[in-house]
Design a protein. Structure first.
Length: 281
């Protein structure tokens, strides 16, 4: 791993580790990916269904929220779903506000209780096979508390991918973050600083809970896949953003990004932009 990427954020005044900063008066402008009205700019892909088929109205908009619901299912039957924003991104800050609600769909796996996620640098949904379970991507895993046990959120999972941790290629599927546990139906704000194929940082609110480097295609935990798409070792410089349907109802009230591409090589401007944005609640 080239340490220049880590130094980039250390040079931002410890921005990836300490988010106690003085906020400038001017706020950064977010691009709202979810407009609170419809999902016209999004593409649905649900396992065993064709791209664009929103089976059983799984993804819907009600009360100004993007909702994932299963009232049209008799059994979940491993029909994992994802909804993709229709434009790829490379260097960006992503903010997602979510909450888990209700009861898990019958037939959902035990591990999928209060489980969802934001898929970063995802493959184009049009390149997914009909029976493919997950897109090749970096998953920022959302977990809700079960009411009694510690259960971190903004974890890392790697469907068809690997990352570098401490100069070593990390090949296991999931690893927990350092976050707190969020029980019940409370709203959680997740932020992700995604720097192309260099580095990614997961935050809950303004607290950095996990960081990793050199996201790349590789490994398993995704099936079936087109070998022409799954090119192991290929660095993931860009990709689509998608949100998951894994059998537990969830609401999203905000999905927004700030594109950092034009300032990625300007540490002073990058720091200012990120700090401004994360001061906007």
């Amino acid at each position: 791993m080239k340490l220049i990427t880590l130094y980039r954020f250390i040079a931002l005044g410890g921005v990836i580790f300490l988010w106690n900063f003085t906020l400038p008066e001017k706020k950064s402008k977010w691009q709202e990916l979810f407009n609170g009205k419809d999902i016209n700019n999004w593409v649905v892909k649900i396992r065993t269904h064709e791209v664009g088929e929103n089976f059983a109205n799984t993804f819907r908009v009600e009360d100004g929220m993007m909702q994932v619901r299963y009232d049209g299912y008799s059994q979940f039957d491993r029909q994992y779903g994802h909804i993709f924003y229709n434009k790829p991104f490379s260097y960006y800050l992503l903010q997602v506000e979510y909450r888990f609600v209700g009861e898990q769909c019958p037939g959902g796996e035990g591990w999928a209780l209060r489980n969802s996620g934001a898929m970063l640098h995802s493959q184009d949904p049009k390149t997914m096979l009909k029976d493919q379970d997950f897109p090749i991507s970096i998953e920022a895993q959302f977990l809700g508390g079960n009411g009694k046990d510690p259960r971190t959120t903004c974890n890392l999972c790697t469907p068809g991918t690997n990352v570098v941790l401490a100069d070593t290629l990390f090949t296991p599927h999931c690893i927990n973050s350092r976050s707190q546990t969020y029980h019940g139906d409370q709203w959680v704000q997740a932020n992700f600083i995604v720097m192309g194929d260099e580095e990614v940082h997961h935050l809950v609110g303004t607290d950095t809970v996990f960081s990793y480097f050199k996201p790349q295609i590789g490994g398993g935990n995704v099936s079936p896949v087109d070998p022409a798409v799954k090119i192991d070792g290929k660095l993931l410089k860009e990709g689509y953003i998608s949100l998951q349907s894994e059998s537990h109802p969830i609401d999203f009230r905000r999905v927004a990004v700030i594109d950092l591409t034009k300032i990625k090589d300007n540490p002073k401007k990058l720091r200012k932009t990120v700090n401004q944005a994360l001061g906007k609640n």
